[in-house]
Design a protein around this ligand. Sequence first.
Ligand SMILES: NC(=O)c1ccc[n+]([C@@H]2O[C@H](COP(=O)([O-])OP(=O)(O)OC[C@H]3O[C@@H](n4cnc5c(N)ncnc54)[C@H](O)[C@@H]3O)[C@@H](O)[C@H]2O)c1
Length: 304
Amino acid sequence: MDRILITGALGQLGIEFIDHFKKLNSFVLATDIKNPKEKLSCEFELANVLDKDKMDSLVKKYNINVIYHLVAILSANGEKDPFISWKLNMNSFQNIAQISIENKIKKIFWPSSIAIFGTESNLNFVSQNPLMNPTTIYGITKLAGEKLMEYYFNKFGLDIRSLRYPGIISTKTVPGGGTTDYVIEMLNAAKKGNDYVCFLSENTELPMMYIDDAINSAVKLMSVSRKDLSISSSYNITGFSITPKQLLNEMSNNGFEFKVHYEPDFRQQIADTWPKTIDDSLSTRDWGWKPKFGLKESLNKTLN
Ligand SMILES: NC(=O)c1ccc[n+]([C@@H]2O[C@H](COP(=O)([O-])OP(=O)(O)OC[C@H]3O[C@@H](n4cnc5c(N)ncnc54)[C@H](O)[C@@H]3O)[C@@H](O)[C@H]2O)c1
């Protein structure tokens, strides 16, 4: 039986992983640096992932054998203080890796991101292994994490699995400070009948994924035999690609009448170094990845 620890469990993805595992009756220990606003459907412990001894003691106390390590400072927030971002993203990764080796953890899921690419990656259609020169501290930490997960697999047999998530669309939590947050902000503004000021220009195309696809893909990747995985770093994955203008059009088709003004800020420069579309055929080949949600289906779920 899996006994799952989730770090950063109260964030956009963590809350949804908790719900998913609850339905399967799996044991889950949720941890975060803040307390939940409402009672969770699983165990919870307040813990800073940078406190290695505390995390180690929780792994032992709850007999954890699988870890979903979700803590990170995301792309836009990361630029506010790159030193803090490096410290949190990398030291937490190192803590979880070391604790996992010492406690013989079976498997770890750790999300990477489309932020690892850069303008030399052929952004119109990014392959699995192009030239990667990330421009944000967030992308740099994700690329470093990818190198470490390969290294730890080769050196210690540590089984870390990873997906390079695009922007994730969900509305249960407030977005965590990424460059694709405009989608969620626009959806929330429209639901409240407010106009919206978009921080990206109307034709900025970026890859996205509905939350159910994000959760199901991670769970699927974690379920397959390691020998089916032809790479030991992170897999390209995508749902669909859209621009703010296309999102607005589709929302208008769904009966939402509101205005969007475009005032690109520093996040535009980040978006300009990110992929427009992604080649995720290796995920399809190795572990059967197939997205269920396009833009229409994602809006059906989030607007109704
Ligand atoms: N959301 C996306 O669109 C997206 C896209 C690509 C990759 N990812 C990756 O998925 C993972 C989860 O992202 P998310 O959107 O859920 O992030 P989020 O910002 O919504 O949640 C992060 C959680 O970590 C917690 N946290 C912060 N510092 C901590 C610390 N020191 N100790 C313990 N907890 C701490 C926060 O309180 C928060 O609840 C991250 O690794 C992120 O890089 C997310």
